[in-house]
Design a protein around this ligand. Structure first.
Ligand code: FAD
Length: 460
């Protein structure tokens, strides 16, 4: 019987266990992507644009393998998938597992709708090195702390990439009523599996700022020495297994450091799997008592949130990061930590407002990575940075962007400010440059305010 290969966050053809399972016994395969209105409502224009480009690339990749391409349909998956299964007489629907709260509920609905029709709903593989829910601590519960999780993750080892399959021999099918989508040609040029693979190999071979320097330079936003693979991982253009296999073959300080970061990705997915409420609620319940300034109730908080969103706080590193996000749909990890800390501990705005802004603008926006990194910075997550450790946005800038390379790249008003004032333009004898704001708050005062508020959490 024909099989449906339902593509979700695994937009690639190589090393794809769900696709391999769909074609394994020579059955005809229908590759389908469903534009689900419930998910699209949350995706925002930045991720939707990337999705459209990635779908166009996957469609072209499938046509190159001799098929009619990717069938793109719109509607509720629990309605569309069973209808499609009936139309082609499918015996099974193959997917890569989705562990996020919405994906799990949706898959249950689809599984139930198919059960009555004798169509199997099969999950093969996941977007992670080690799938959420796999690793348990000595008492059989989930890991709360990263280091023991990492130990168990390392001991378990990640499976090798799936063997390649001859896709040119597959009997591909297409759906009736499929729709075509418009995509931005500039994004089409950089989205998808081939582009991500090129980007990865180029970065591995880079003489400077590649994997060799990763351990030393990954915190330097001016050097821009990280892999930039978060977008490819988010959309499954590459599987982490492929990266981990390449890294294992290198055995350097840099490859070990990057392997650890990929384990953080698995860790946060595991945490969200066990705590789906963490999308909106602090993992540590005492943080429900943290008083925050809510933008819908306070004009001052609304103004501060807007200044942060637009990169106009008067703190150069914070503004550079927020402007990088607006321009590129991506931000360096060190700067994500600094801007997040600034919103929570200097502006006292709830972390969920920042998480929402990030999710709407990041190309790599991912509910597990985003919400749990925000909770990490806000001190209310698992194994989080302690709340009382407040990042000083100026010292962070001096330490990680000493010459102001990153700041000048994104804050044009500061491009010509001499090095000694680029981190604190308000101290320059000529004042802040035209068009650039004075600091909207005094960091020392707000730090004290943040610690006073934290007393309430400690008492709770
Ligand atoms: P590299 O340094 O090259 O790392 C390689 C890969 O390791 C990354 O692509 C990512 O998959 C993983 N990784 C690295 N750092 C982390 C981390 N702190 N947590 C989890 N995985 C990590 N990452 C997302 O993919 N989506 C998000 O929505 C997201 N939101 C974030 C929000 C905040 C407030 C913070 C502090 C971090 C967030 N991150 C998120 C994690 C991290 O910032 C990005 O994964 C990283 O900057 C991507 O750049 P890169 O691919 O060059 O990373």
């Amino acid at each position: 019987l024909p099989a449906i290969w339902w593509v979700r966050r695994d937009l690639r053809l190589r090393d794809n266990p769900a696709l391999a399972a769909a074609v394994h016994d020579g059955s005809a395969v229908l590759p389908v992507f469903i534009l689900d209105p419930a998910l699209l409502a949350k995706a925002g224009p930045v991720r939707t644009a990337w999705l459209h480009a990635a779908l166009q690339v996957l469609d072209a990749d499938l046509r190159e393998r001799g098929g009619p391409g990717l069938s793109i349909l719109r509607g509720k998956p629990e309605t569309v998938i069973p209808r499609l299964a009936r139309e082609i007489g499918a015996g099974e629907v193959q997917v890569s597992a989705d562990f996020a709260p919405y994906g799990r509920r949706r898959d249950e609905r689809v599984r139930d709708a198919l059960a009555g029709r004798d169509v199997r709903f099969v999950t093969t593989g996941s977007p992670y090195g080690v799938a959420p829910g796999t690793l348990t601590n000595a008492s059989g519960g989930p890991y709360q702390v990263f280091t023991p999780f990492f130990r168990a993750w390392t001991d378990r080892g990640v499976h090798s990439p799936a063997p390649s399959i001859r896709l040119a021999d597959v009997d591909w099918l297409a759906a009736e009523r499929r729709i075509s989508i418009e995509a931005d040609p500039e994004l089409v040029a950089i989205a998808g599996e081939e582009a991500a693979t090129r980007c990865w190999h180029r970065w591995l071979e880079r003489k400077q700022g590649g994997v060799t320097d990763y351990a030393d330079l990954h915190d330097d936003p001016g050097a821009d020495a990280t892999s930039h693979l978060s977008v490819a991982l988010r959309w499954g253009h590459l599987h982490p297994r492929t990266l981990l296999a390449d890294l294992a073959a290198r055995r350097s300080k840099g490859s070990a450091a990057l392997t650890r970061q990929l384990a953080w990705r698995d860790f946060f997915a595991d945490v969200l799997f066990h705590r789906p409420d963490a999308v909106t609620r602090p993992i540590r319940p005492e943080f429900n008592s943290m008083p925050t300034d809510e933008p819908d109730r306070s004009k001052r908080a609304a103004g501060r949130l807007e200044a942060w969103q637009q990169g106009r706080t008067g703190y150069p590193l914070v503004d550079a990061g927020m402007r990088q996000l607006l321009v590129e749909g991506w931000m360096h990890n060190r700067v994500r930590m600094v801007v997040a800390s600034f919103l929570v501990k200097d502006l006292h705005v709830g972390w969920w407002h920042g998480a929402e802004w990030f999710m709407a603008r990041l190309r790599d926006g991912d509910i597990a990575q985003n919400q749990l990194n925000w909770q990490w910075v806000a001190g209310c997550g698992t194994d989080a940075a302690p709340y009382f450790r407040v990042f000083n946005p100026t010292s962070q800038a001096k330490k990680f962007d000493p010459g102001g390379t990153y700041i000048r790249r994104y804050v044009s008003e500061l491009a010509d400010v001499p090095d000694e004032h680029v981190h604190e333009p308000w101290l320059s004898p000529v004042g802040v440059p035209d068009g650039y704001p004075e600091p909207i708050v005094d960091h020392a005062e707000e730090r004290k305010e943040a610690l006073d508020r934290y007393e309430l959490v400690k008492r709770a």
